[in-house]
Design a protein around this ligand. Structure first.
Ligand code: ATP
Ligand code: MG
Length: 319
């Protein structure tokens, strides 16, 4: 990452998790938290923790939930100069409960929290002036102030020869709101690396069928597409036609929230540090799997040493 740090822009949240599986939050139940969270924050935390230069742009409230996030990002080596502290609004939050079938119920406080209230500041401008890469999570596109920041940062990063990665992180707003959808599709056309999972590949391409979707995305200028397949691992497709598959690691998944974000942070950082696709996929899969073994969405983000130890001692799933 000789060009400068990886930036990520978007929601910073705390997550509070129900300790008993079941439906919703209509009765009093045991909860554990606050855990630092928000897909963009999890991504950038894993970038810093594995040894990349990383900086976060977003906002928290002037409260302990905000401090939980700042403390964690600082511990993991992330530059927090681009995180604004909103004097009037509390830090965003997400309450999460797993159902017996593994699906999740949520109560969100994002739109009307500090998480959604940030914009262009001198601190953001200073980061934009030296960043080498921008990562965007689709979830950040539903934050009203984020778009202007993303657009301006991206213009500066690209002018410097830097790159963009995009994780569609599909949310209902992305498919339902026309303007958000347009912005998402424009970003797809600007991306160097795309990190979809499941149906996000065909959705981003606007074309049905895996092969046709890949061809359409490469035709738009994307160089590298990494398809995350959960327990089935991940596959990298390169614009020269190469395909590299990686198996997942066998773990007891306690809390799979954040696996995709940790995968992305580890993969992107390894690639920016010059590692080949095969090894970046291995670290990505290890980061995702390791994160799933601990309760809390970024509790399992691993250092280089922790991921090396995980890879050395954990069985890979037979393909
Ligand atoms: P998210 O729900 O965080 O958005 P995602 O859909 O973006 O996740 P996944 O494919 O679920 O991404 O997870 C990313 C990677 O993490 C996978 O490719 C896999 O290597 C690893 N992973 C995720 N879940 C598990 C699991 N239960 N067991 C082992 N590895 C896992
Ligand atoms: Mg995802």
């Amino acid at each position: 990452d000789a060009l400068g740090p990886t930036l990520c822009i978007g929601e910073i949240l705390v997550e509070i998790v129900a300790t008993m599986p079941g439906e919703g939050f209509r009765n009093a139940l045991p909860l554990i938290g606050p855990f630092p969270s928000g897909a963009p924050a999890i991504f950038i935390d894993q970038c810093g923790r594995i040894g990349g230069q990383a900086a976060m742009i977003g906002a928290v409230g002037r409260d302990d939930f905000g401090q939980v996030n700042i403390d964690r990002l600082v511990r993991d080596g992330v530059d927090v100069s681009g995180i604004a502290i909103d004097p009037d609004y509390p830090t965003g939050s997400a309450f999460v409960r797993y159902r017996e079938d593994g699906s999740r119920d949520f109560v969100f406080n994002i739109e009307r929290s500090a998480a959604a209230r940030f914009g262009w500041t001198p601190a953001v401008a200073a980061l934009a002036a030296r960043a080498g890469h921008l990562h965007v999570m689709g979830s950040a596109l539903s934050i009203s102030g984020a778009w202007e920041v993303i657009r301006q940062v991206l213009a500066q990063v690209k002018a410097r020869g830097g790159t963009l990665s995009l994780d569609p992180n599909l949310r209902k707003e992305l498919t339902q709101d026309v303007e958000t959808r347009e912005r998402f599709l424009w970003l797809v056309g600007q991306a160097d690396l795309l990190l979809p999972s499941g149906e996000e590949l065909e959705d981003a391409a606007g074309v049905a069928g895996e092969e046709a979707a890949l061809a359409a995305l490469f035709a738009r200028g994307i160089k590298e597409i990494v398809l995350k397949r959960g327990e089935a691992g991940a596959s990298c497709f390169l614009s020269d036609g190469r395909r590299i598959d990686a198996p997942s690691f066998v773990v007891d998944a306690v809390d799979p929230t954040g696996a995709g974000d940790c995968f992305g942070g580890a993969y992107l950082t390894c690639r920016r540090l010059g590692q080949p696709v095969e090894s970046a996929l291995d670290y990505g899969c290890a980061a995702g799997a390791r994160n799933a073994t601990l309760r809390g969405p970024m509790e399992g983000a691993g250092t280089r040493e922790e991921l090396d130890a995980f890879i050395a001692t954990t069985q890979r799933r037979a393909s």
